[in-house]
Structures are given as C-alpha cells and as structure tokens.
Design a protein around this ligand. Sequence first.
Ligand code: SAH
Ligand code: SF4
Ligand code: F3S
Length: 443
Amino acid sequence: MADINGRKYCKLIVYGCQGNVSDGERMAGQLKAIGYERTEEMEQADLILINTCCVRETAEDKVYGKIGEIKALKRKKPELIFGIAGCMAQKEGEALIKRAPHIDFVLGTSKVHSLSQTVRRIEAERQHVVDVNLTETELPDESEAPVLRDGKLSAWVPIMYGCNNFCTYCIVPYVRGRERSRLPEDIVKEVEQAARAGYKEVTLLGQNVNSYGKDHKQADFAELLAMVDKVDGIERVRFMTSHPKDLSDKVIEAMAQGRHLCEHIHLPVQHGSSKILKAMNRVYTAEAYKDLVKRIRVALPEVSLTTDLIVGFPGETEEDFEGLLAFLKEIRYDAAYTFIYSKRSGTPAAEMEDQVPEDVKKARLQRLMEVQNEISLEINQALLGKTLEVMVEGPSKNDESVWMGHTRSNKIVLFPHGQEKAGDFVQVKITSPQTWVLKGEVC
Ligand code: SAH
Ligand code: SF4
Ligand code: F3S
C-alpha cells in the first residue's frame, strides 16, 4: 500500500442517476478523510470503488464489464482494495463476491456513511465484507459526513432518500427503500455551507421531490424551496425529480414567487397512453398530466419542460406507441430522455404478458427520438436572436476557446471565450440554435 511518499490513492467510478453522483461525493469525502487522494488512473489506485446502478440491464452490463477489467489489476497488485457500492450492490449482495471473488467489499445503498469504517476494517483484516442491510426507516447521520464535491459551482444536495411509488417497471424502491426526508434545517445548513464555499447553484435531489416532508411534516416541498431560495450567494436553485402525481399548485406558486428558482421542471411522464400509464402504476392519466402542464405554463410562461419516456413497456401496441408520438407533439417538451423498457426481475412488469420483442422496441425508440429531436430543434430555433442569462461554467469539452454554460431553463450554451470567468453570469445572444445546444455571443 501507498507510494514511496506514503500517499494512498483511490479511484471512484460512478454510474447511474444524480443521487448516485451525490452519494459518490460523500464517499469521496470519507476516503479523503482517511487518507486517500483522488486519482483518475486505475493503475495508480490503492482502492477502487464502483458506485453502481441497476435501473436497466445495460447499466448492470457496464458494471460487470468493469469488474472483469479490474481482475487483471488486482492480480498485478494483490493489496488493491476493490469495493462495490450502490444499487447493484444492494440488489446482488454477497452474490457479487461469489461471482467475482476479487471484490473485497459490497456496501448497500443505506451504508454510504459507513464507507470509511468498512475500508479501515479491510485495511486491518483483509477479509471480505458484505454490508447490505437496508435501513429503511433511519436517515444516515450526515452531520459529520465530509463531502468532496465534483464541481466548484453547482452542488448536489439530497433532500430525501428512497421511493414509495413502485412503478411496475422500476427496481429503485427495492434497492433504495422507503422515502425518508432530511430535516429542512439540515438541508438549509448544507446549502449555506455550499454558498460559503463559493457554489452558485444547488440542485435538490430526490426520486420524487414533491413528496418531500410527508414523513416528518416539518416542511413541505414548496416551503423548502422558499427556504433555499433565501440562502445568500445561491443564484440558482434546481430540483429533480418531480413525480407528476404530487406536483402541487403550491409548488408551482412557490416557483413563480422565487427569485432563484429556475424555470425548468423535469417532469417524467413515461408514456402518453393512459392504458400504459395505468399498467405502469403511475397513478395519473394522460389527460391529468396535460392539465398539469397547462397550469404550469400559465403560472410560469418561460418554463422549460423535460421528461423521461419508456418505449416497449409490456402490452404497448403500435396504436399505443402512436398515441405517445401524438402526445409528444401536443406537449412539446424541450428535451426527453428516452429508454427502451428493460425487464427487472422482481418487479411486476417483468411478469406481465405481451412483452414487446427487442427489434420492435429498438425501431420504436428510433422513431421516438426522431420526433422529439425535431420538436427540440423547433423550440430552440425560436430562441434565435434572444438574449439569455448564462452561468459561465468553463471551457467546452472539444474546444478550449469555446466556453460553456447553462441558461436558467437548463439549456447548454456555447460561446467564444472573452474576459468572463467561471462563475460569472453573462448575457448571451443566441446566434445559432441547435437540437442539443444553443450557440451565441456574449453581449
Ligand atoms: N424517480 C424518477 C426516475 C428514476 S429512474 C421518476 O419517477 O421519474 C430514471 C428513469 O429511468 C425513469 O424515469 C424511467 O424512465 C427509467 N426507467 C426506470 N426503470 C426502467 C426500466 N425497467 N426500463 C427502462 N427504463 C426505466
Ligand atoms: Fe422508480 Fe417510479 Fe420511484 Fe421513479 S417514482 S424511482 S420511476 S418507482
Ligand atoms: Fe440507478 Fe439506483 Fe439511481 S438504480 S438510477 S443509481 S437510484
């Protein structure tokens, strides 16, 4: 262990949703506290940790691929500590070590905060550790938890853990347990700390933020938004994800009142046919969703709406699918994340009849993306010549002289770099809108 200067290194690989990214930052904080510096090089690492996702089969395949890759590293460097955390760890538990004995530890989703203890134990005893007991009622004690955030401007802030909704296709409630909301004062404290550390933007995280506080009743989501909106130094407040069934008029009103609450709602509909929505247990109809969108757009005329969509859910006919396309053309989302239905064993949908063949699912996904891309492009083209506020984030991936930032509506903007620095807020005139990005010039 450790290099000639006594330094130890860790490499963290994170898959999955923002909740997992946020957990990863809390894991990185603990590893730093017990003496591990971050490295991007697998070969240099004394500890490799994968924070996993199992929402679709493809997510699991990626993890198994990585686990295989690390086997050779471990052979070369037997003292390497290799751990698996996150949703797949929760789902598979000890089976992961049976399948791949070069894994040293498996840590469940409610054990994020005991990572440092686990690593210390392995350093001392060099034995396999499996800790996947899902504590569904208790919240982790975050008061002492160090967080090592990935970015310098935008901070993820979890406001609740778990999910109670049991959509019939989804594995998340099984691997994340029931909803547990953090206390409003703890959340505000974390946001204030982030502001003091120079963060300008926070994103409040939960599988269904709209049901925040239903357990402890100390504050509901609208009240929490108003509290976070008041924190000095935070210029932008975002949140995800909103379940349509719980997005109240009170939240919409809070958004309209808030100064820093950004005009963007990620409001996954999953499907546009009420028959499929019922089979998915989403608890709203296509009509009720359209109504909600109308109310949102009246109260927040500048709002951008994004969504998640699943094609090929069991029983989806050609007619249902065409209904989804018509629905998209009616709602006109700014953007959509589109997924092929993936069978998750243990969920009700996996047992349903009329599973849709793979080739049909793939062809439908293609058609869906074409329709949505056209809508996204049309919506963005309407922004030609408009001037929008952009938070400057840094150089774009492909070109150092081109800088990147987001609008309040969460669209990516690229512009030639001038005097501005990361963290500035600038006005950018849009000169070339595209499907995924807006190109422009600082005014
Ligand atoms: N809590 C959020 C979403 C969490 S999972 C919500 O309710 O909106 C992120 C997305 O993955 C979901 O919105 C859904 O579109 C997709 N997803 C979940 N399970 C899936 C499955 N079995 N197959 C394909 N996509 C799935
Ligand atoms: Fe999964 Fe539904 Fe919960 Fe979202 S609300 S995490 S889709 S069960
Ligand atoms: Fe994946 Fe777990 Fe998030 S299954 S999507 S990492 S809650």
